[in-house]
Every structure is written in structure tokens, then in C-alpha cells.
Unconditional design. Structure first.
Length: 305
């Protein structure tokens, strides 16, 4: 059974198309990384999934139910953390956590206390006194204290320091281990790479790549640093070789993964003395889609996020 599914999901604001045929599938126990720059359509998609916005066309279902018609039932089983949390200023953090958890019909007091300690949160303070990071902590403690089956997290570590980001990552891994599903929207690519089973890259309202990280690695380049006994001729003209540089008899370059075998056979003829390779990263893949003028234009353009 699929926990979350969208099919040809489209949202228009007047003449502007914010989402153009979005397909997402999240299975039980899966962490789905939803990435793209500001204005790409991440938050618009999430607002539709939460039943806040109505899609122009297409389908969106959570637990097999329509996200617009059955929003109330769906919300009993999901936990949502936005990137900018607004809280009631006169309530304490602890009171807000209790309220959110009770709204979902469950209250695991020991889990609540454990998470408050982990996130180093003072629950007795009024929310008006909290920094942005502490407001995020309140939302995260409330979310992970609940017995949700699906967590929808939209830039959840915004404002957290690196230590608290690590605590958040532990919570996601623990939820996954318990068979929970997570939709994680983030611009921190190292976080996505560490946590996610599947990644969807959205650009200008369209999913341009999706699949497991292993599936997508063929679209990226491996970084190589090589030193040989003899000079390597014609390397710069070989298909799949990019950004070739020479420094103190060492060659550094990138190779398209599908051309790696041919390039290594060519280089090895000249006596390899030293070789270092760095595997392709999610950042390599992401920047390959957003490099150059198109990325700049999209950043300038903005649009619905």
C-alpha cells in the first residue's frame, strides 16, 4: 500500500502554473526527500497535501483518502512541521506540545520528556520568549511525541544549530525504523543524502528527476585525482571528461559515471602512481540541474514556493 500518492498534480494561480503534473509516491517506512530551490513548488505541494490549498487538477491521496475531501480524517494520522513555526505567545512551550499531541488523540508522556531533554528545550518558557530555533524545537517535539503514521516536514531544521540537526536526524531514523513514513522537504542536501531512501527534485513546478540515490548516481560525475609515471595524452578530448586541471604532475578532473571504465583504461596505460576518487554526491546532481543561467533566472523569478 502507498502511504502518500500524487498523480499529475497541478496547481495554477491565475495564468501562473505553480505545479505542473507532479507525481510522488511514498511507501510505508520510506523517507522521501523533496528538494528544489525557493520558488520551485515544494511548499505549494505540501499545502495541497495538508488540505490547505485545493489542486487545480490531478489526484493527491494520503492513506488512500483524498487530501481535500478527507483532510480531517487524514490529519488524525499525520504530523506536520513547517519551516517557520508560529506559536501562541501566551502559552508555554510545554502547553503547546501537550495541545498538539492531544489533538492527535495520543499522549506518550515519557516520550515527550525524552524529546524535550534531547532537544535541550525549556518547556516552562512562554512562546513569545523563544528564538526561531526554539520554536522549531517545540514543533519537532510535538510531532515526534505523537503516534503519527506520516510526518510531513517542510524545512524542519530551519534555525537549528548543527547539534540539534543531529538530534533531528536521529528522530527521523527512529521513526523510519518503526515503519513510519516521512516526506522531508529540505535544501540541506547533506541531510537529504543521509536520511532519504528516495529523492524527487522539483524545478519550476515539475519533478525533473526522481528515484533512489543509487538510481540517480548515474546522472552525476565522479571526481578523480590521478598521478601517472608518464604524461597522459588526449585526456581532455575524451568523451565524458570535464574540468581537467593539472597541478604538480597531478591531474584532477570529473568523469561522467557511464564513461568511467573507458577513461580509467586509457589512464592506466601510463602507469598510475596515485589515484583518489570521490563518489558523486546529491549536491553534484542537484547543481547539474540548476547550474548556469537557468538557476539564476529561477532564483530571480521567485514564484510560489
Amino acid at each position: 500500500m502507498t502511504v502518500l500518492r500524487t498523480q499529475q498534480l497541478t496547481k495554477k494561480f491565475g495564468k501562473f502554473t505553480a505545479l505542473d503534473g507532479i507525481d510522488i509516491n511514498v511507501s510505508p517506512g520510506e523517507v522521501y526527500g523533496f528538494i528544489g530551490p525557493n520558488g520551485a513548488g515544494k511548499s505549494t505541494t505540501i499545502r495541497i497535501l495538508l488540505g490547505i490549498l485545493k489542486a487545480t487538477s490531478g489526484q493527491a491521496e494520503i492513506f488512500g483518502k483524498d487530501v481535500w475531501k478527507d483532510a480531517v480524517d487524514i490529519h488524525k494520522r499525520i504530523a506536520y512541521v513547517p519551516g517557520d513555526v508560529n506559536l501562541w505567545p501566551n502559552l508555554t512551550g510545554g502547553e503547546v506540545i501537550d495541545l498538539f499531541v492531544k489533538l492527535r488523540g495520543s499522549h506518550n508522556k515519557s516520550r515527550r520528556e525524552e524529546l524535550i531533554k534531547k532537544f535541550d528545550l525549556d518547556p516552562s518558557k512562554k512562546c513569545r520568549a523563544y528564538s526561531k530555533g526554539n520554536r522549531q524545537k517545540v514543533a519537532l517535539v510535538a510531532a515526534f511525541s505523537s503516534e503519527a503514521d506520516l510526518y510531513i516536514l517542510d524545512e524542519p531544521t530551519s534555525g537549528l544549530d548543527p547539534l540539534m540537526e543531529h538530534v533531528f536526524q536521529e528522530c527521523v531514523i527512529e521513526a523510519k525504523r518503526e515503519g513510519k513514513s516521512i516526506l522531508l522537504s529540505s535544501h540541506i542536501l547533506s541531510e537529504v543524502e543521509k536520511l532519504c531512501d528516495t529523492v524527487g527534485i522539483i524545478r519550476q513546478g515539475k519533478i525533473i528527476e526522481s528515484g533512489s540515490l543509487n538510481d540517480l548516481r548515474h546522472l552525476t560525475r565522479t571526481n578523480l585525482l590521478v598521478q601517472t609515471k608518464e604524461p597522459v595524452p588526449s585526456l581532455d578530448t575524451m568523451e565524458g571528461v570535464h574540468d581537467l586541471r593539472e597541478n604538480n604532475q597531478e591531474l584532477s578532473f570529473q568523469v561522467d559515471t557511464e564513461k568511467l571504465d573507458a577513461v580509467m583504461k586509457h589512464v592506466s596505460q601510463y602507469g598510475v602512481v596515485k589515484m583518489e576518487s570521490a563518489p558523486p554526491t546529491l549536491e553534484d546532481l542537484f547543481m547539474r540541474h540548476y547550474e548556469g543561467k537557468e538557476f539564476s533566472a529561477q532564483q530571480d523569478k521567485g514564484g510560489a514556493s
